[in-house]
Design a binder for this molecule. Structure first.
Ligand SMILES: [Zn+2]
Length: 106
């Protein structure tokens, strides 16, 4: 995690201004209704579905294991986020962004 990057609450999604469906990653056209009326919105909560730990990275010194999770928002968006530590399946997390990268904390 890059501690110098700006941290903001929630992960940016796009939401259709016509039908209201939200998407992650962001879309330019709504697959639901075909409108090009996407507006940025935030997803702030999610539930952990799967986790993995990245233990090695070729060529990196002092590599610390990184926890990643596949999480699902209440709107069924699937987002792969970095976690601050291990979190079992079913854990409710709060989403945030550091720079442009999505993260979650329990
Ligand atoms: Zn739409």
């Amino acid at each position: 995690m890059n501690d110098t990057a700006d941290t903001t609450t929630g992960v940016t999604i796009s939401r259709c201004g016509k039908c209201g469906t939200g998407y992650y990653p962001t879309r330019l056209l709504c697959p639901n209704c075909g409108a090009n009326a996407m507006k940025p919105d935030k997803a702030t909560d999610a539930v952990v579905e799967e986790t993995t730990v990245v233990r090695h990275n070729a060529g990196q010194q002092n590599w610390q294991p990184r926890h990643l999770a596949t999480v699902r928002t209440p709107e069924n968006q699937i987002i792969v986020v970095g976690l601050e530590g291990p979190a079992p399946r079913g854990t409710k997390i709060k989403l945030f962004e550091q720079g442009l990268a999505p993260y979650g904390r329990a």
